[in-house]
Ligand binder design. Sequence first.
Ligand code: ADP
Length: 182
Amino acid sequence: MEQRTIIQTKISLIHGDITKQETDAIVNAANPSLMGGGGVDGAIHRAGGKAILEECKELVSKQGRLPTGKAVITTGGNLKAKYVIHTVGPFWQGGTKSEAELLTRAYQESLKLAIKHKLSSISFPSISTGAYGYPVEEASRVAIKAVVSLLRKEATSLEEVVFVLFDSRTYKHYRSALEEIS
Ligand code: ADP
């Protein structure tokens, strides 16, 4: 496990399955329909049960599809985490379509929602680096910088931000990105 403290918030990296995390919230790398899907999205809905999907449907019927870079919060259903924060990362299109800015927003909007709900801990997966094809070396730097810069800028309730990385290659890139932070 790797760790770093920014102001009062500990950032930790772990290798594992985000559906097992006991932080107040876990973040879902969702798609705009909020109807579930493959990868981490499918795993969260399977483990959390139908209450999550019910709330997602309700949100979409009220406010429409979730744009890239935005975030919404639902119950955690049967998960240990009380809440799921659903965000949509960018689909990688070669780096010329503001992907880094959109990925930054996905992390920061998720953190802002957690802060608004006065949560003390949150777990993130590696957003956009699976089906959405964002190269993990670049995405890991964007992800770490997005979290660090928001923590340095805003007063926060957060005690811990955890990155839960599913495979060792992804873990290694996030570890390098965390080491690069001055
Ligand atoms: P995206 O569509 O945003 O690319 P994916 O779910 O396809 O999202 O992949 C994002 C990352 O989540 C990938 O690194 C993938 O290996 C990882 N992942 C898949 N299942 C889990 C899980 N249960 N816990 C944590 N990470 C997961």
